[in-house]
Design a protein around this ligand. Structure first.
Ligand code: HEC
Ligand code: HEC
Length: 449
């Protein structure tokens, strides 16, 4: 196998100068870095043996601020909306047979993942469940970016056959005929549709594009335009409540964050947050390893899509179209930022999705995952192909089993040929990216009704 053939797609941004990259290339730049790093910062960095360029790159990795505002969701930061979303997130009744909730696959006890290679809801999927901790920081959601907001994303698993297999009409009726959920809904969104109308709706009705002729699709088509709009409005509101909840799922300060804060504030004690081994791993990460070409900024992700050529689950050629399909799905999504359900249908997010190109070049590319909490989110890669972090490091070290697609000519990844010592250092660094998780009870199931 020719290692140097492994390819990746990169934005036209070089490795040199992460700060410049963030400013000129990212649609959403990393938080501004105080340029006047005080002199003790330089002294401390020198004591640690960090070069000025290493220091500059490391300072760009933190801190992570609160999630950016989401003007497409008017209740994004509403406390009551978050409380409603909290209930919905753990409510199995939203699924077709009452057995699956969001928390089935995003289990708080597993850093909001499921520990499986690919998820299992009502059926087995083909993708690995990412954590929802800090997901509110993402510009495009899911591995292929098929949603452009946290609220639009939340609507998809509710209806997908292999996930919760629910139905928007049934879900809206369930929520708005449950006295407590209805009261909470009305306190956030105002008067809900009346009970007679809700009880008169068909048992199941939803647009089913892939399976026309399905009873639910036939029932949907038979509804009046006004009824369909009311159902969609309520359904979108449930997504917005779920998003408000997930915005509270902040992962918290990591040892890397504390280390960066120590460098910034000249606080020597905080520098002890990373072991000497992890600091060596950090230097590899921002240096020879080239990881920050893609895993940049406080999220340790550029939010963009690349083909790193991770081995496929069966070892054959890749069959998952990745971003190519994701881009067309998000453009066509009736709940995207430019849709009538968006609270800012002419804002920046709307422009971003309207002008998004669906390019064959992105076939097989996946979003650079955030590395926050990565020590707790095994297995790894979009289909959980790699069982542990040791295997991920071995992959970047050797590129063994890497797949290549003809049309990808950029050659960014080369086998790093890491020594055993260097592999251990990188591993120690990757294990220092965990935070304490969300506070105030948001990280547990809501109290029993
Ligand atoms: C059957 C398992 C399953 C269920 C149930 C499920 N998810 Fe997921 N979730 C996944 C998988 C798998 C992905 C990745 C999907 C992809 O890339 O195609 C994902 C992706 C996400 C993401 C994107 C995270 C990111 O970093 O982009 C969010 C947010 C999310 N889910 C929230 C939810 C919410 C809210 C619910 C309930 C309404 C839910 N999920 C239900 C498995 C599940
Ligand atoms: C060219 C961009 C790029 C570079 C350079 C890069 N990565 Fe990645 N990384 C990605 C993408 C894209 C994925 C997801 C690939 C997939 O699922 O097919 C990924 C996946 C990962 C994962 C798995 C995370 C998870 O949640 O599944 C880890 C860990 C990781 N990379 C660490 C590193 C390290 C360490 C380096 C440097 C040695 C590095 N990466 C270099 C783009 C990159």
């Amino acid at each position: 196998m020719k290692f140097s053939d492994a390819t990746a797609r990169l934005r036209p941004c070089g490795l040199a100068g992460v700060l410049l990259v963030a400013a000129s290339c990212g649609e959403r730049a990393a938080p501004p870095v105080e340029t006047a790093a005080n002199s003790s910062t330089d002294d401390l960095a020198a004591d640690l043996g960090l070069s000025p360029i290493e220091l500059r790159r490391i300072l760009a990795l933190g801190p992570l601020g609160p999630p950016p505002p989401d003007p497409t969701n008017r209740v994004a930061d509403d406390e009551d909306a978050a409380a409603l979303g909290h209930r919905l997130f753990f409510d199995e009744r939203l699924s077709r047979d009452g057995s699956v909730s969001c928390a089935t696959c995003h289990d708080p006890g597993r850093a909001f993942t499921d520990g499986r290679a690919v998820s299992m809801g009502l059926g087995e999927g083909s993708r690995n469940a990412p954590t929802v901790l800090d997901a509110a920081q993402q510009r495009w959601l899911t591995w292929d970016g098929r949603a452009d907001s946290l609220w639009a994303q939340a609507l998809q698993p509710m209806e997908r056959r292999i996930e919760m297999g629910g139905d928007r009409t049934a879900i809206v009726r369930l929520v708005l005929t449950d006295p407590q959920l209805r009261a909470e809904y009305e306190s956030v969104f105002g008067a809900a549709p009346d009970l007679d109308w809700l009880n008169g709706l068909p048992e199941a009705a939803r647009p089913v594009e892939v399976e026309p002729g399905q009873p639910a699709a036939v029932a949907w088509d038979a509804l009046s335009e006004a009824d369909r709009t009311s159902i969609n409005d309520c359904f979108a509101n449930l997504g917005k409540a779920l998003a408000a909840y997930q915005r509270r799922l902040q992962g918290g300060e990591t040892n890397l964050d504390r280390f960066v804060r120590g460098l910034r504030n000249g606080d020597e004690e905080l520098l002890g947050s990373l072991s000497p081994e992890a600091i060596a791993g950090l230097r590899l990460f921002v240096g020879r390893g080239g990881c920050i070409q893609c895993h940049e900024g406080p999220m340790l992700s550029d939010g963009e899509f690349h083909l790193v050529g991770a081995p496929t689950p069966g070892g054959g050629m890749p069959t998952d179209p990745g971003r190519f399909l994701g881009a067309s799905i998000v453009k066509a999504d009736g709940f995207n930022a430019a849709s009538r359900h968006s609270d800012e249908p002419e804002g920046g997010a709307a422009l971003r999705v309207s002008t998004l190109a669906v390019s064959p070049e992105t076939w097989g590319a996946f979003r650079t995952p955030s590395l926050r909490h990565v020590g707790r989110t095994a297995p790894y890669m979009h289909a959980g192909q790699l069982p542990d972090l040791e295997s991920v490091i071995r992959f970047y070290s050797t590129l063994e089993g890497a797949v290549q697609l003809d049309h990808h000519r950029e050659q960014v990844l080369v086998p790093l040929e890491l020594s055993e010592q260097e592999s251990r250092e990188l591993l120690a660094f990757l294990k220092s990216l965990e935070g304490a998780g969300p506070g105030e009870g948001w990280g547990q199931a809501p109290a029993q009704r």
